[in-house]
Design a protein around this ligand. Structure first.
Ligand SMILES: Cc1ncc(COP(=O)(O)O)c(C=O)c1O
Length: 448
């Protein structure tokens, strides 16, 4: 773990000017003349950051925040981790780009990545953003099977290019779904699309998926694509049986299972990859976000038997697998191993889930809480029985907690949290204090 005595930790967050402060607002206003299309997180709280260190973020007005977002599920090892920074600096001074020629750092990184992926997942192609890797995954599935169709799930998110958007329900920029893509209800026991109760439901979502494929597809399904834990949609975990049943079904039908572990991989849920919680191995896995701890690098990783498929698809791109990205990712994996960050993520899960479970009992607007490792979700509702989403409360809790010094990423009525894996337990506890205090203030405002 990074050096950080408890006394020092107690000082944070430290708010010296009410955020977003004047310098932040001024800078954001100027940047906004050029940059259009900010995320709702920025629009609701236009702070401007200057630097980061470990689990802390510093804004241009002199405020220090606890980072409960890891950028956007990215900087699992904390901001500017010294070993990762050094590895990048060393490589920048040596060689930054040589197309897709082999370099020793690329070989070393891929060997390391293959050593932490489950089963025989070891055929690799490298890209620089998540959506490009998802697109490559779709190409690989079509090449491997000679089939054209894809099935994915409501409210999963896979990126913003045409294929990725076609896998999603969220109407990104009013995209039109490409032919051959269709969606099934995502297993979500808190908001069951069939209004059934787990476990009496008999995992009906799986039965429905089979029926849907039979009725809607032409029988040429190349792959089922899924986020093992729905991230952007609100940290939604499937019931225990779903992924093993899905794996079994895909194998039986000759359909590939492609898991998008961009958000859930690299230790985010307390294991290297979320699929390990259910002891299943996908045919193709997509990895990103935490892979380079902030330096852009993503990968598709396929099982041994599909390596020759990758050979048929050209993977070269301007930046994919460049030496600096590989140096960052190699150092990231080493840090996760050397600093026992999977174990730390599991410790954080205990602290945070312990608190969230108690809060669910104590607060009338908390409908559901869930989490594994360093990935959490809290649903705010107007009424625990009707479960009506409480969007206004979500916005206000987000803004209030940010003002108190918590940098985080709620979306709509779901509070989403993804602290870095290096987070000390007492800092996580403090972050939850801030969230609980903000929820209590919002409840008071709305007369609960
Ligand atoms: C599960 C998942 N897949 C794909 C993507 C797209 O990644 P990128 O934004 O790097 O293109 C994201 C991004 O949030 C994601 O969460």
């Amino acid at each position: 773990m990074q050096e950080n005595p408890v006394e020092v930790r107690k000082e944070f967050p430290r708010i010296v000017v009410e955020p977003p402060g004047p310098k932040s607002q001024d800078l954001h206003r100027k940047a906004n003349r050029y940059m259009k299309g900010y995320s709702s997180q920025v629009r609701l709280f236009p702070v401007a950051f200057e630097r980061g260190k470990g689990y802390l973020l510093f804004d241009v007005d002199g405020n220090t925040y606890i980072d409960f977002s890891s950028g956007i599920y990215v900087t699992g090892c904390g901001h500017c981790h010294p070993k990762i920074t050094k590895a990048i600096q060393r490589q920048v001074a040596k060689l930054m780009n040589c197309h897709d020629f082999t370099t020793s750092v690329k070989y070393e990184f891929m060997e390391k990545l293959a050593s932490v992926t489950p089963g025989t997942l070891s055929g690799i192609q490298l890209y620089s953003d998540g959506t490009s890797a998802v697109e490559a995954g779709l190409r690989a599935c079509r090449t491997a099977t000679g089939k054209l169709e894809f099935v994915s799930f409501w409210r999963d998110f896979h990126g913003k290019t045409v294929g990725s958007v076609s896998l999603a329900t969220m109407s990104l920029d009013k995209g039109i779904r490409a032919p051959g893509f269709f969606l099934a209800p995502h297993p979500n026991c808190y908001r069951c699309p069939f209004k059934l109760n787990y476990p009496d439901c008999g995992i009906y979502c799986m039965e429905f998926l089979k029926k849907q494929i039979k009725e809607e597809s032409t029988g040429r399904v190349a792959a089922i694509v899924m986020e093992p834990v729905q991230g952007w949609g609100g940290s939604v975990f499937p019931p225990a049986e779903f992924l093993p049943l899905l794996r079994e079904y895909c194998t039986k039908k000759g359909i590939l299972l492609m898991l998008d572990e961009i958000l859930t991989g690299m230790g985010r849920t307390g294991k290297w990859f979320a699929c390990e919680h259910w002891n299943i191995i996908p045919d193709i896995m997509i990895v990103g976000k935490g892979l380079g701890n902030g330096y852009p690098i993503t990968a598709i990783v396929v099982k041994e038997e599909y390596k020759d498929v990758l050979e048929k698809m050209s993977a070269s791109s301007s930046y994919g697998g460049n030496p600096v990205a590989c140096a960052a990712a190699l150092a990231t994996i080493k840090v996760i191993e050397e600093e026992d960050l999977l174990e730390n993520a599991q410790r954080i899960e205990k602290v945070v889930m312990g608190r969230l479970n108690k809060m669910e009992q104590a607060h009338p607007i908390i409908g559901d809480v869930r989490g594994k490792g360093c990935l959490f979700g809290v649903e705010l509702v107007k009424d625990k029985l009707t479960k009506e989403p409480f969007e206004e409360a979500g916005k206000l809790v987000y803004q209030k907690a940010f003002k108190k010094g918590l940098a985080w990423i709620p979306a709509g009525h779901i509070l989403r949290m993804s602290p870095p894996l290096i987070m000390p337990e007492e800092v996580a506890d403090k972050a939850i204090d801030i969230i609980e205090e903000s929820i209590a203030e919002v409840e008071k405002k709305f007369g609960y």
